[in-house]
Design a protein around this ligand. Structure first.
Ligand SMILES: *[C@@H]1O[C@H](CO)[C@@H](O)[C@H](O)[C@H]1NC(C)=O
Ligand SMILES: *[C@@H]1O[C@H](CO)[C@@H](O)[C@H](O)[C@H]1NC(C)=O
Ligand SMILES: *[C@@H]1O[C@H](CO)[C@@H](O)[C@H](O)[C@H]1NC(C)=O
Length: 430
């Protein structure tokens, strides 16, 4: 669609927004209405587009060259992120967000949040997001901004253990949006234990209740970032034809102890009790997967209401890392909307599913190596997971996954910065 036609369609939406900026936009639309390619059309976009003039410290970088994988530019950029001065400049204290959101209208304008649906197709296909966060407010805010659309609905779970300033800052940000809310029942998240799943479940319940119209549910953590625009996400989900998408494979024998030995939480850590668990209810085959899923509304309804699934959930509460098998197991139960048959022929790996791109250290390698799944990490590893650097972007944006994990503005803010610009440009010009 041409820029002109798109702007014409947006015109009524623009009317809803108030303030001086809008008057300027309107003025330019009026001036430009007689000439198709008047440069003033560009001006109307500039308040939504991220530009180097926005004054962020990352603006010194050439994102086009970075996304094209230009070695020299990548090297130069990497060196910059190592400098103390740069590291200091890109940090934003939690208090900043509390202050900046006092005036929500100003906050949304200055941060260039998209405040109207960019297309009818997106408007007719709202999404529900669960966002589980415990620190790094800047990551969270940039993620929210990247996926924000007024027709979607967002539930934010902040770990009960999170610092007061993190909770206050995230609460302040969410309070600026009618369709972004804090979870009604926050829990104390313990790594590899049940409460991680409970956090998503509580958001699922709130989202299911908050709106009857959303089509798909996507769960995120604070260090995820999209690789696609909202429109691309919508189209990708529509092409699933109602199916869910997630890793769901036969459980490797090396992981079976996770569901065979009862665990408990001691002093905020998961611990083996030494006791053997009974098999899963209804002899359900336990599948292997990961914490991140893309599922339709019916899957969420089943999770909240289906008696077999509720029994499975009760049984899973003392297992190790239930997030890495529960969703994958439900995905293979007959009668669950969008599920797949249990046969191994229907197995999906994290690479064939679209939910999440993660680079595990032991799967990295050069193209052509039989055991290599993806190119080596250009950032740093945390718990064997790649925290992406600018050098990872070129390969990543060519993948079909909707989101990638992990990003960290403290480690490589430019990776996020260039993705932001790339996605916003695509959203406004497609
Ligand atoms: C940025 O990189 C692109 C692609 O390599 C190049 O065409 C452009 O001139 C560069 N811009 C600047 C300001 O250096
Ligand atoms: C808070 O906001 C006010 C005005 O909006 C500004 O003058 C002040 O410097 C801000 N304080 C902090 C700590 O950011
Ligand atoms: C849904 O929300 C309404 C209104 O806030 C509340 O009364 C009701 O209990 C909720 N239902 C569920 C299933 O959470």
């Amino acid at each position: 669609m041409s820029l002109t036609r798109k702007l014409r369609r947006l015109q009524p939406h623009l009317l809803r927004v108030t303030g001086i900026l809008v008057s300027l936009c309107m003025l330019s639309l009026l001036i430009a209405s007689s000439v198709d390619w008047d440069p003033a059309y560009r001006f109307t976009y500039s308040w939504l587009e991220y530009t180097d003039a926005d004054g962020s410290p990352e603006a010194v970088c050439n994102c086009s060259a970075i996304l094209q994988g230009d070695d020299q530019v990548l090297e130069h950029t990497k060196l910059l992120t190592f400098t103390k001065d740069f590291k200091k400049r890109v940090q934003i204290p939690d208090e900043y967000y509390i202050n900046a959101t006092q005036d929500c209208r100003k906050f949304k304008l200055s941060r260039k949040y998209i405040t109207f649906p960019l297309s009818e197709e997106e408007d007719n296909f709202p999404l529900a997001y669960s966002m589980v966060v415990h620190h790094k407010v800047q990551n969270f805010e940039r993620l929210l901004r990247a996926i924000y659309a007024p027709q979607n609905v967002y539930c934010v779970h902040v770990d009960k253990k999170a610092k007061d300033s993190v909770f206050a800052a995230i609460m302040a940000i969410t309070s600026c949006f009618p369709n972004v809310f804090m979870v009604s029942r926050p829990v104390d998240v313990v790594y590899a234990a049940w409460p991680r799943v409970q956090a998503d479940l509580n958001c699922m319940a709130d989202l299911y209740n908050a709106s009857t119209t959303w089509k798909y549910f996507i769960n995120l953590c604070g260090q995820d970032f999209p690789l696609k625009t909202n429109l691309e996400i919508v189209r990708s989900l529509r092409s699933l034809n109602g199916k869910n998408s997630m890793e769901s494979e036969q459980m490797p024998s090396g992981k079976k102890w996770r569901v065979e030995r009862a665990q408990r939480i001691v002093d905020g850590q998961i611990q083996d009790t030494g006791q053997t668990k009974s098999p899963a209810p209804f002899n359900l085959p336990i599948m292997s997967g990961n914490a991140y899923i893309v599922v339709n509304r019916g899957y969420v309804r089943s999770v909240l209401e289906d008696s077999q699934i509720l029994a499975l959930i009760e049984w899973a509460k003392d297992t190790y890392s239930p997030d890495e098998f529960l969703w994958a197991t439900i995905q293979r139960m007959p009668h669950v909307p969008g599920s797949l048959w249990p046969s191994a022929k229907y197995d999906q790996t994290d690479m064939t599913a679209i939910a999440r791109l993660v680079k595990w250290a032991w799967h990295e390698g050069s193209e052509g190596l039989l055991e290599a799944v993806y190119p080596v990490c250009h950032g740093n590893h945390v718990r064997s997971i790649c925290v992406y650097g600018v050098g990872d972007l070129q390969w990543m944006i060519g993948q079909h996954h909707l989101f990638a994990n992990k990003f960290d503005t403290d480690m490589d803010p430019i990776a996020i910065y260039c993705l932001e610009k790339y996605l916003r440009h695509k959203a406004l010009s497609s």
